[in-house]
Write a protein that binds this ligand. Structure first.
Ligand code: UT7
Length: 367
């Protein structure tokens, strides 16, 4: 049975920074309160035209470059997002088109902030079953578009960004060892963005209501998070036949430093073992774990051969954890240049649209 190795990684965040002081000019809050209660100092905000798909494309191309893999070698793209560009087509298909991954199946997965763990697990399972060889997993969000900038309970927390992994099959032992995924829909109302679906369709009325914004019972989500983080970590380790002592790093969902500290206490592990970067990005939902991983690799913290756990929780309610060994790029031939593929992807997409248009005229005549 092949192993599923993480061989490429990339991230993309908007340039625009929104600090706590900036927020204090919009709502009644202050830098000290936000830092002490959440650990967040600033977050990134997408500019006009920057979307979950465009941030996802940037992260994906960087991950492919690290793996030195052409987009045309991808068999599968899973995009985890709660803020897709459209209800459909899937954001994964927009990314597939823009990077020119012509042989890949593509779909979106929605498990909120736990989504990247779910998606990485799904891709790893497809590789381990032998049905595919190369997969791209993207976690991308533009939550700032759904934040109520009058609600100080939520607007201080969220930011925008994307992260991506390339997963590849190899007979060499390593990569993703185990994962656990959980849900409890009875807590769905604790963290929700309700307008837009069939349960609460968009209308002139919804445009005036809070339903079009993220709504959250912060205290209850906090209580749920502190309960499940340590528990899910231990479950994933148990499934992999590993113990917490043998783990080099824990990469938690970057929601609130106090939740991470509670997980550290629950696991009886020092905070130094936890990768934390929420001070600079806030909570980027499904993108928070891959962004933290990418920065940990770039800083030289997470190294080849290190064992680590990714653990998250979020709306749904969902939670999960994944235990893995960090691999790094597999040996490969040739050199992949993302900018070249980006341009090629655009040309290919345009050519396909033109061909479809011409075929449409011809076939309409024949009917
Ligand atoms: O991906 C999952 C996403 N969600 C989460 O992870 C959320 C989990 N929950 C949390 O992180 C925390 O519950 C929050 C950060 C949202 C809130 O922190 P808290 O320590 O639970 O604060 P609180 O809601 O109990 O509020 C304490 C006080 C209240 O004032 P009073 O009633 O004691 O006078 C709030 O009105 O702080 C006030 N407050 C604020 N003050 C300044 C609430 N938000 C703010 C604010 N600035 N932004």
């Amino acid at each position: 049975m092949p192993y599923a190795h993480i061989t490429g990684w990339g991230m993309s965040v908007p340039e625009k920074i929104l600090t706590n002081d900036d927020l204090s000019k919009i709502v009644e809050t202050n830098d000290q309160w936000i830092r002490e209660r959440t650990g967040i100092r600033e977050r990134r905000i997408a500019k006009d035209g920057q979307t979950s798909a465009s941030l996802g494309v940037e992260a994906a191309l960087k991950a492919l470059q690290v793996a030195n893999l052409r987009p045309t070698d991808l068999d599968l793209i899973i995009c985890s997002t709660s803020t897709p560009d459209y209800i459909f087509p899937a954001t994964a298909c927009l990314i597939q088109d823009q990077i020119g991954a012509t042989k890949a199946g593509a779909f979106d997965l929605l498990a909120a902030c736990s989504g990247f763990i779910y998606a990485t697990n799904m891709a790893a399972q497809a590789i381990r079953s032998g049905s595919i060889k190369n997969a791209l997993v993207v976690g991308t969000e533009t939550l700032s578009r759904f934040v109520n900038w009058k609600d100080r309970n939520t607007c201080i927390l969220f930011g925008d960004g994307a992260g991506a992994f390339v997963l590849q099959a190899s007979e060499k032992a390593g990569g993703v060892y185990s994962a656990v995924m959980h849900s409890d829909g009875s807590g769905g109302d604790l963290l929700a963005l309700s307008a837009g679906g069939q349960g609460h369709p968009f209308s002139e009325a919804t445009a005036q209501e809070n339903g079009r914004f993220i709504e959250m019972d912060g205290k209850e989500v906090f209580r749920f998070a502190t309960r499940v983080m340590a528990q899910a970590t231990l479950e994933a380790l148990d499934a992999a036949g590993m113990t917490i002592e043998t783990i080099n790093w824990i990469v938690p969902h970057q929601a609130n430093i106090r939740i991470i500290e509670a997980a550290a206490r629950g696991l009886k592990q020092p905070m130094e073992k936890f990768i934390v970067n929420l001070d600079r990005y806030g909570n980027t939902s499904t993108a928070s774990i891959p962004i933290a991983v990418v920065e940990a690799v770039e800083k030289g913290q997470l190294k080849s051969g290190d064992k680590f756990v990714m653990v998250g929780f979020g709306a749904g309610l969902t939670w999960g954890a994944l235990a893995a060994e960090w691999t790094g790029p597999l040996p490969s031939k040739g050199q992949f240049y993302p900018s070249q593929y980006r341009a090629l992807g655009r040309v290919r997409s345009l050519v396909r649209r033109i061909i479809r248009f011409i075929e449409g005229i011809i076939f309409r005549r024949e009917l």
